[in-house]
Design a protein around this ligand. Structure first.
Ligand SMILES: Nc1ncnc2c1ncn2[C@@H]1O[C@H](COP(=O)(O)OP(=O)(O)OP(=O)(O)O)[C@@H](O)[C@H]1O
Ligand SMILES: [Mg+2]
Length: 250
């Protein structure tokens, strides 16, 4: 399980999550979980109209399997609910149901991605701890970089998460490397950890167009700058985890 997460909002998590899920499909069996439980985004980006969502699982006793839908792009989605405040901060009973359900579901997949909300709210931290890896997205904005560091600090200090992957979004290769080098120094110095850099995704109008069309970028084009960068990130992840072993789902 890999959580796709960020300190600052609006940096491109959901867009990256949807496209990474597609990049691995259908070669790998992928589940994308909309982990922004009360403010769903994944279904909108994919133009899905799910019958059941995590709301039916947590508040109405449906099984988690009933809520899983085919994205239409070769991977499955566990949709979240939109505008359901009870789900913004699930209580411990809900978290137990969710954790058991997700661990059980994960056995049927090679890879599970969580698209979390932004920030350091308890539910974001919880999803990050459930995942073996936290993939932290940042942009070249100073606030996004300090917030990315703050998130990793809390995740490590309070929850023991040590496995960080970093992606620079809306950044040139040079910017990505420069800001990663900065984060790597700070994280090494203050936390004693070595995050892994996956690469940068450039700012690309094709991303905005695909979001407006409610279709993943990689379903529209594999040739645009951002599409090529996302495919390269997926290759890097495969190498990193030697995914032939298919070891990341559980
Ligand atoms: N590589 C990119 N090039 C151009 N625009 C981008 C890129 N990545 C993201 N965006 C823009 O940023 C916006 C926010 O993206 P997205 O919804 O994926 O962010 P998010 O981190 O999931 O936000 P939230 O924190 O609200 O969940 C998109 O609507 C899109 O217009
Ligand atoms: Mg999002």
């Amino acid at each position: 399980m890999i959580s796709i997460t960020s300190g600052k909002g609006g940096v491109g998590k959901t867009s990256l999550a949807v496209n990474l899920a597609l990049a691995f499909s259908p070669e790998y069996k992928v589940l994308l979980v909309d982990a922004d439980l009360g403010l769903a985004n994944v279904d909108i980006m994919l133009s899905l109209m799910p019958k059941y969502t995590v709301r039916h699982v947590l508040l109405e006793g449906r099984s988690i399997r009933e809520a899983v839908v085919d994205s239409g792009y070769g991977f499955d989605v566990l949709p979240a609910a939109s505008g359901v405040s009870e789900l913004a901060q699930p209580d411990s009973d809900m978290k137990e149901v969710l954790e058991l359900g997700l661990r059980h579901l994960a056995e049927q997949y090679d890879l599970v991605f969580f698209d979390t909300g932004a920030g350091i709210s308890p539910v974001v931290l919880w999803f990050n701890c459930l995942a073996q890896w936290s993939l932290v997205v940042f942009t070249p904005e100073p606030t996004s970089i300090t917030d990315a560091y703050a998130l990793m600090k809390v995740l490590y200090r309070d929850y023991g998460q040590k496995n960080f992957l970093l992606v620079a979004n809306q950044a040139t290769e040079k910017e990505g490397e420069q800001y990663f080098a900065h984060l790597e120094r700070v994280i090494g110095h203050y936390l004693g950890l070595s995050p892994i850099y996956l690469g940068a995704v450039p700012k690309d109008l094709a991303v905005e167009r695909s979001i407006r069309a409610q279709r993943p970028l990689l379903a529209e084009t594999r040739e645009s700058k951002a599409a090529r960068a996302i495919l390269a990130l997926a290759e890097r992840l495969k190498e990193l985890f030697n995914l032939q072993e298919k070891s990341l789902a559980v």
